[in-house]
Design a protein around this ligand. Structure first.
Ligand SMILES: Cc1cc2nc3c(=O)[nH]c(=O)nc-3n(C[C@H](O)[C@H](O)[C@H](O)COP(=O)(O)OP(=O)(O)OC[C@H]3O[C@@H](n4cnc5c(N)ncnc54)[C@H](O)[C@@H]3O)c2cc1C
Length: 569
């Protein structure tokens, strides 16, 4: 039989015949700079290079806080990975797993109903850190996390929305709550964010006739006895003074014990009434790493040796925030910063090429030039080669350094222009509410169209607004009608709650309008309410029994042939 898709033997044969496959997981500092270090080898066809990442762009995280205040336009701190790394095969996809036995990465493209498998000879894991707020009740649903461009844009949009509401709020207590902004976490990220929020809110408030900038209350909560544990005492104390002088209340030895939509509860029993809570805490290991059998440290990072290789797993490397890299200059492990991720990336690229050529690999060693922390407009703190610098000079050094690090000349020019415009004009306060519309979408189907097939991966939770659907199941070759559903009824929940593939096919019987909630939002909703879960559980059990399904887990097996057919060569 002639087939377009190679069978497993052909895949293996092709794999052995071609150049070594280097696959990079993650398009952050670690991933992109590794790819840049390997570009020449890929151009010469010494290796075949691939990058897999959730977004199709590289994000300069150290500039993220400036998106909140509007100092930099959001698109200017991102660069398309395809342009940065033209010699790479790029896959915008969610990395679901790494099969170390078969030496392949399991990925899923957005909205696709099946997995894909990317084979590798060398794998660089650079997926960064994760965030875990689950230990603080209410923190995840009621706080803004701060890691992605979407997070920064959502926070900015929220801040402007809050000012709009405060301007027309007649109740003094509610107005005070609207104008109280709390940032939890006094490390790098927390300090950068609180400084930008403070600058932005106080400046923007001047455009609101019924909001006085002095009504804004901005707080920084820090669990330790001082802010910025990354810096020495001197610059940390300087930063503390600058922030306080700018009107930020800093509470040391203070942790968030719980959060609601109305405020924050603290570990000392007191509470703060606030509509804005930013979580700059809860750094944890990336969830993906939990699926690997490799050793991890207590922070959930992959343990690597000094050559950046994972011991006992030949061809497996890890760098950046997701790796515990031995610090050969100081004791302990390298700090999770962009500076280190870039150096580790360049080094791992060299070691991979050494391994490919059969040459010895070399240990990683880097002595950091220093650290910079921006403290809002015209002020910063820095420690450069042991020398403490503060104020305007530190701020200027910080900006110059990260402008220099920004990939692509075009982006450098755009950010440079943004910074100069910011000096001349007031910051924008246009309220673009981009967050809500994307979370739940509507979709239309014509009769006969398939919403999803039995065996597809879960895509969302579907509520029928208008029209009817047929629920059908395949038993061998025979299609069996299980049910017909109409307006107000829903489906898709079994796969999301059990984490399995769809147990039936859904086909439009009439013109059909659906409301679709994405899987993450649905799971968050289900986890937040036991009553809701019980209600769904009852309906779900009935449906499974009607369909003659004993255990939904049986649907976790890929449909016949998918694993082979999806092998990407
Ligand atoms: C707000 C903020 C400010 C910062 N400021 C500074 C600073 O001033 N100086 C400094 O040195 N450092 C700073 N840092 C830290 C610095 O940004 C990180 O150390 C650096 O980004 C680490 O690079 P990385 O490649 O290891 O991880 P990341 O940059 O986090 O990249 C990880 C990549 O993996 C992708 N990914 C993860 N999981 C998956 C998955 N399952 N499927 C698909 N893709 C996945 C992500 O989408 C991302 O592209 C800051 C960080 C933040 C959040």
């Amino acid at each position: 039989m002639v087939t377009d898709t190679p069978g497993p033997d052909e895949v293996i044969a092709e794999r052995e015949a071609g150049p070594p496959r280097v696959v990079i997981l993650g398009g952050g500092y670690g991933g992109i700079y590794t790819a840049l270090g390997l570009q020449k080898a890929a151009r010469r066809a010494d290796i075949h290079l691939s990058i897999i990442s959730r977004d199709n762009f590289f994000l300069s995280q150290p500039m993220l806080a400036e998106v909140v205040s509007g100092s930099i336009e959001p698109p200017h701190i991102v660069s398309p990975i395809r342009r940065l790394c033209p010699q790479c095969d790029f896959h915008q996809a969610e990395i679901e797993d790494v099969d170390l036995d078969q030496r392949q990465v399991v990925i899923r493209y957005p909205d696709q109903p099946s997995f894909r498998y990317i084979p590798f000879d060398h794998l660089v894991i650079a997926v960064g850190a994760g965030t875990d707020l689950s230990r603080i009740p209410g923190m995840a649903p009621h706080s803004f996390s701060f890691k992605t461009l979407g997070d920064a844009m959502a926070l900015r949009s929220h801040l402007i929305g809050v000012l709009e509401k405060a301007d027309v709020e007649e109740d003094a207590e509610r107005k005070e709550r609207l104008l109280t902004f709390v940032v939890a976490g006094g490390g790098y990220t927390g300090v950068e964010v609180v400084a930008e929020i403070n600058d932005f809110v106080r400046e923007a408030a001047r455009s609101y006739r019924h909001v006085d900038p002095s009504e804004a209350r901005v707080l920084l909560l820090q669990g330790a006895s001082r802010i910025l544990p990354e810096l020495d005492d001197g610059p940390a104390a300087f930063s503390h003074r600058v922030l306080e002088r700018r009107g930020i209340e800093i509470r040391l030895n203070t942790r968030v014990a719980g959060a609601t939509g109305e405020g924050v509860f603290l570990n000392d029993g007191s509470d703060i009434s606030a509509r804005t809570l930013v979580a700059a805490i809860g750094a944890s290991g990336n969830r993906l790493l939990e699926k690997l059998p490799c050793p991890r440290d207590q922070r959930g990072r992959l343990i690597v040796d000094s050559s950046l290789a994972v011991e006992d797993y030949p061809g497996l490397w890890s760098i950046g925030d997701c790796a515990a890299v031995p610090d050969t200059v100081r004791d302990g492990t390298c700090p999770p910063t962009a500076q280190y991720a870039i150096r580790e990336a360049r080094h791992v690229a060299k070691n991979i090429m050494a391994a490919v050529k059969g040459s010895p690999v070399r240990p990683f060693s880097y002595n950091s030039l220093g650290v910079f922390v921006p403290l809002g407009r015209f002020s910063g703190a820095a420690q450069i080669m042991g020398i403490n610098v503060s104020g305007l000079l530190a701020w200027w050094l910080y900006r110059s350094y990260y402008l220099f690090q920004l990939p692509r000349l075009k982006r450098k020019i755009q950010v440079f222009i943004d910074w100069n415009l910011e000096l001349l004009f007031r910051r924008d306060i246009v309220h673009l509410d981009i967050t809500r519309s994307q979370q739940t979408t509507r979709s239309h189907y014509e009769p006969g169209q398939i919403v999803f097939n039995q065996g597809d991966l879960a895509r969302g939770f579907f509520i029928i607004l208008e029209g009817e659907v047929q629920v059908v199941r395949l038993r061998g070759e025979v299609e069996e009608l299980v049910a017909t559903m109409g307006p107000g009824e829903y489906f898709g929940e079994i796969s999301l709650l059990f984490g399995v593939r769809h147990t039936a096919t859904i086909r439009a019987l009439t013109p059909l309008d659906l409301l679709i909630m994405n899987g993450n939002d649905f799971t968050a909703l289900a986890n937040s309410s036991a009553d809701f879960r019980d209600l769904l559980g009852g309906v779900m059990r009935q449906r499974l029994s009607d369909a003659g399904v004993e255990s939904p887990e049986e649907f976790n097996r890929p449909p016949q042939g998918e694993a082979d057919a999806d092998n990407l060569s």
